[in-house]
Design a protein around this ligand. Sequence first.
Ligand code: SF4
Length: 285
Amino acid sequence: MKVKINLAKSSGFCFGVKRAIEVALNTAKEYKGYKIEMIGDIVHNEDVCRGIAEAGINKIKKLCKSKKKVFVISAHGIALDVINKAKKMGYVIVDATCPRVKDIHNTAIEMEKQGRTIIIIGDKEHSEVRGIVGHLKKKPIIINDENNIPVKKINKLAKVGVVVQSTQNVKKIDRMFKILGKCMSDVKLCNTICIPTKRKQSEIRKLPLENDVIIVIGSKMSANTGRLYEISKNINHRTYWVQSDKGLKPVWFNGAVKIGIIAGASTPDAVTQKVINMIERAANG
Ligand code: SF4
């Protein structure tokens, strides 16, 4: 029997990733004769990063004083002191931060101005979270898990404002907001998960129920892809996460008739297409 491949409608680049790549590539064209540098990855995907490096944008660890240099800020954003330092050193700043990430910065900054202690729900090691922290005057509290909420500590806070990393699990945040809402009397809960993340998660809650096997495509560095995998795996144990067609194993498709596919927000369509071609070849002989 021929297998049927069902590709999630929300698969692939979100608008923030598309925009960041365009901004970086246009910068490479516009600033001929300049050294173009960035800290971290434009987005969390190896294929995309290779393309950005080939366009002449170098990844650096430290800013360096020199003339004719451009500093590109990634889609995840970066701390304000890094931007200010780059400006002082004479870099031209090109900002590819996703507008939805900037919204999170502004929401957190505004709540801090109101005298609120900021809580960020997210992964403290992720560049987006570090960027949010780096836009605040005071050190925020970072929580990553509903089982790890420091209830005693936050109980004592007079005024609190909560923001969320854009790619967190929607259902987990709903549960955490219920707990946080009960812990404190004056708390502003701002669910800053972005719409592309919500769309992808909504599809991946249905896709594993309607298909025998689910393939999630994206870099192991990609937070949103990781979340899609987690959600799908909990619903359908025949869920597999690959970075490209090279990671596929024919045994996964034994007896499968319907195969669901979803690609993370930083996965290029060309990578997804190769995965589809390979599955079709393997499954249909
Ligand atoms: S996942 Fe959301 S926040 Fe991140 S780049 Fe895409 S649109 Fe922006």
